[in-house]
Design a protein. Sequence first.
Length: 80
Amino acid sequence: MKSLNVMQFLTLFVNIIFPGLNRAAFDNKTVSFEEHIKCEHNMWHYLYFIVLVKVKDPTEFTGPESYVYAMVKVLYLYIM
């Protein structure tokens, strides 16, 4: 199994969910990349959401929760 810290895991997860989200996409925008990842796509919010889907009963998932749960399973397969 590959050894990943929390930030590496979250970075992989966000890149799977939002493959086009990168620093270059913000070069000519009014919001900086740093501000965007701090406010709009804060990685800690993703971690909280991942924990939610890990502890919640899968029969009670909403659509987005089901999708994230499936993506987390794919990511676990990738890092194993």
